[in-house]
Design a protein around this ligand. Sequence first.
Ligand code: FAD
Length: 415
Amino acid sequence: MDSNEGFAPVTNVDVLIVGGGMAGGMLAAALANTELTIAVVDAAQVPEFPHGDAEVRVSAITEASFNMLTNVGAWQHLPQDRLSPYSSMDVWDADGTGRVTFDAASARASQLGWIIENSAVTAALYSVCQTKNVDWRASSKITSIVASSEGWSATLESGEKIITTLLVGADGARSQVREKAGIAAAPKDSGHRAIVATIETELAHGGCARQRFMQTGPLAMLPLFGDGHRFSLVWSTSPELAQALMAMTDEEFSSALTIESEGVLGACREITKRAAFPIHTLHASEYAGPRLALIGDAAHVVHPLAGQGINLGFLDAAVLSEEIHKAMQRGIRIADETVLKRYQRRRRAHNALMLKSLNGIKHLFAVRDPAIRFMRNVGMSLVNKLPPAKAFFASEALGRNGDLPQLALRELKPE
Ligand SMILES: Cc1cc2nc3c(=O)[nH]c(=O)nc-3n(C[C@H](O)[C@H](O)[C@H](O)COP(=O)(O)OP(=O)(O)OC[C@H]3O[C@@H](n4cnc5c(N)ncnc54)[C@H](O)[C@@H]3O)c2cc1C
């Protein structure tokens, strides 16, 4: 695989994945059983499992994502005592009487999903890759990427070159790969900042994920592992309010949260340092270019209000790996335009719909018009009384709808 060209080492691979976050890690793990040579380059250090208190960056993982993580062998590596399954959801309108509650039983499931620390997921995917044909370069930054006759040539900070047949950009919202490929993706400011922190509560969460929609943005309380009295907060709000909340003392912030959560979990106490992120959304105009594909946040960034970002990113990775597997079975080159365009067709429309829906929900709750606010509350109350509507929402939360790749469907038997 390696050769020397002057002083700088040169490595040739079939697939180079730039970015070893959750999306890049999933693609590497999904391709790890093939005869392809795969390299993952990530600027961050070797992923490590979290210890002690819960990390503030967590994700709500759907059943489809659970299937993908299980089928690539990563779920088995996750620290089971740090997973937080949730079996119900309670979503309500701060500005009226509208409320929708639904549970896993309405979709014949034992849980609607799991809250998992992002670092645990990345470490589990990394563990899978360590046992397979994946050359994972941690603490390595790509400094330049140029198209070459064989595909692409990427230069690392160390000076080493990696020449690849297929280049995958899994390098997040500010993707360098996307930029080098000249793919447009103008970020849009959602007008929200997200404040995240771990919160201890007086009352037990009971395995319920809660979200209160306010005019300034949604406040999500995601149940965490432990004694049942901790949740992960994602409070999306206006820049002005976010600034004021970030400037508060711990006591002031905790009491503001107790009030804004309507005391559903009793008194709240912040137990970690809070952090604030600007929320930008974006959608790449193309997911595929010459011998190149984008996955995860490099291709799309959605508002966190429905906890869908990485669930979509996992589906990108699983569909791309499925198309690569199919191409190999048919003797087609893995970076052939038809293979990559098929991936794009299967994923882009689905993600575009999600971006649009989340944008619609955000605007629906931001309106001041009393007639719309009245209709919104009536609509929510109506949905809450209709078992088929509730079953539909539960099924959406589980990630069961849409064109799912095999990896997302069920636990596959090892061949
Ligand atoms: C507040 C908040 C809450 C969220 N909650 C949820 C949720 O509940 N459920 C959900 O599904 N999603 C959620 N999301 C979204 C989710 O976190 C993202 O979709 C996900 O982390 C994106 O993963 P990724 O692997 O695509 O990109 P990233 O996590 O951004 O990873 C990109 C990787 O690329 C590497 N990299 C970048 N540039 C280079 C380079 N030049 N060279 C080498 N390496 C490079 C970085 O080191 C990084 O490891 C949330 C997001 C936010 C902000």
